[in-house]
Design a protein around this ligand. Structure first.
Ligand SMILES: [Zn+2]
Length: 258
């Protein structure tokens, strides 16, 4: 888990008070990774600096946050997905780390989300397993960390290429991170708010949601449980409402990278 270290975590948009933004941290994260990757790869091409120039010195309204997830011309789609996935993983891990002491096997015996949803994990043998939320989230973070650190899946060296299955792997990671975010909203929002991190959480959710809206990476049956939050934060009345969400059990896939 990541420590907070007194770092300023979020900002509020002065333009749209309903959408707190974390753009500066997010873009800084992108650019730091981009610079590290550029250094490692020995290439001068760094399209992600485009975001830094556009966004770092000011706070962005919702429209610009949508533009932040839009694929810049000439940038490789997989490279773009990788950058956003790494950022969302880091930020989700950071937020969960701040409240993880409240997420215990006793307090959270199931991995639950809004709408009475319960997520099941598939063990190594492919058997669906009911696990406590902290165990489930540990599986998610361990799987994601291992995957994004795998040079054959998330290449950082110039000569290496993304695997053909890259998008499907990203889809799985984003779906699992969505489960974590859903659990935090469902069971730990109070602790998050008491820590003053709700704006940061909302921003991570907005980032995840807008990336999904742009590239359609997560099934609707996964995201509908927070459809009302989408509408509240992003103001899109065309999005779903949790009022129609049925009681559902989602079976989570095994930890294989497919
Ligand atoms: Zn919990």
């Amino acid at each position: 888990m990541f420590g907070l270290g007194g770092k300023k975590l979020f900002k509020y948009s002065s333009i749209n008070n309903t959408l707190p933004l974390d753009v500066e941290d997010t873009v800084t994260c992108f650019c730091r990774k981009a610079r590290r990757k550029e250094k490692d790869a020995g290439t001068t091409e760094d399209p992600k600096l485009y975001l830094e120039e556009a966004a770092l010195e000011r706070q962005l309204p919702e429209l610009d946050l949508r533009m932040l997830v839009d694929l810049p011309p000439g940038l490789d789609y997989n490279e773009w997905l990788a950058s956003h996935t790494l950022s969302l993983f880091d930020h989700t891990n950071l937020i969960y780390g701040t409240i993880s002491e409240f997420c215990t096997p006793t307090g959270c015996p199931d991995m639950t989300g809004p709408g009475l949803r319960t997520y099941l994990w598939f063990d190594e043998k492919g058997k669906k397993t009911r696990v406590a939320a902290p165990q489930y989230i540990d599986y998610v973070m361990t799987f994601t960390q291992r995957t994004v650190s795998d040079e054959t899946i998330f290449p950082t060296k110039y000569a290496n290429e993304f695997p053909s299955s890259f998008e499907s792997i990203v889809r799985k990671i984003l779906r699992l991170l969505y489960h974590v975010v859903a659990h935090i909203y469902h069971c730990h929002f109070r602790e998050v708010a008491l820590l003053g991190l709700h704006a940061h959480l909302n921003c991570v959710f907005a980032h995840l949601t807008l990336l999904n809206q742009r590239f359609n990476l997560i099934d609707t049956k996964e995201t509908e449980i927070l459809g009302d939050l989408e509408a509240a934060l992003l103001g899109d009345s065309s999005l779903g409402s949790s009022s129609s969400v049925p009681t559902t059990t989602i079976q989570d896939p095994p930890s294989a990278t497919t």
